[in-house]
Design a protein around this ligand. Structure first.
Ligand code: 5RP
Length: 218
């Protein structure tokens, strides 16, 4: 079974946990693209979606799912998104698709975060995947110097502008043993919009697709 088939398994398994007649929070990425396909199969049973990126918005709309403005909603039950890495505490690295800031915002409003991944995303310690940090463009050199002081090796993601008009620094060589602490530390650097550690808002449930099926971790 290919990695993409495992992603698809996890994504379709998430349907079981979507309450009917509610708004659904939708993340970004190739795993989420499978989830959006799955969501389209129950589109008449949901009130619509809140999206975390222009990419997901376009796919949702193309499949006839209404996309609602987050500001028009006080709360909703479930947010479904992928991850680049996830540990046993359900802390994640996200932002491989450069959508981390909007993902963190939508996740913050949701009651429950369901993370959908293939088994390759499970790690003991976060940091092998370079940590994405969204930065205001004029601050990128300053922020890079500050990230180096934290022991990382920041690399500007070439040719990428986020949906918010910012740039991404991918920080290599971090061994993230204290995700909660590092998330806060990096967010405190002036010029950082947000970083891809999702520890303050960890996942609540993980669906792990593998060749033998989908494991549910609560
Ligand atoms: C996008 C993300 C994605 O969830 C993450 O990169 C995983 O992507 P994929 O499902 O394509 O492996 O955080 O910003």
């Amino acid at each position: 079974m290919t990695q993409d088939e495992m992603k698809k398994n996890a994504a379709w398994a998430a349907l079981e946990f979507i309450p009917r007649n509610t708004v659904v929070g939708v993340g970004t990425g190739s795993t989420v693209n499978h989830f959006i396909d799955a969501l389209a199969s129950i589109k008449y049973d949901i009130k619509g979606a809140v999206s975390s990126s222009v990419q997901s918005t376009e796919k949702l709309k193309a499949l006839g799912i209404e996309v609602l403005d987050l500001n028009s909603i006080d709360s909703f039950s479930v947010y479904v998104d992928g991850a680049d890495e996830i540990n046993a505490q359900k802390h994640m690295i996200k932002g491989g698709g450069a959508a981390l800031t909007r993902e963190k915002i939508v996740a913050a409003v949701a009651d429950t975060f369901i993370c959908i991944v293939d088994q390759s995303k499970q790690v003991e310690v976060l940091g092998k995947f370079p940590l994405p940090v969204e930065v205001i463009p004029m601050a990128s050199s300053y922020v890079a110097r500050e990230l180096s002081k934290l022991g990382g090796r920041p690399v500007l993601r070439a040719g990428v502008t986020t949906d918010n008009g910012n740039v991404i620094l991918d920080v290599h060589d971090l061994v993230i043993t204290e995700p909660l602490v590092l998330e806060q530390q990096i967010n405190n650097i002036v010029g950082v919009v947000t970083n891809g550690i999702f520890a303050q808002r960890a996942a609540d449930m993980v669906l792990v697709g593998s060749a033998t099926g989908t494991q549910v971790i609560r």
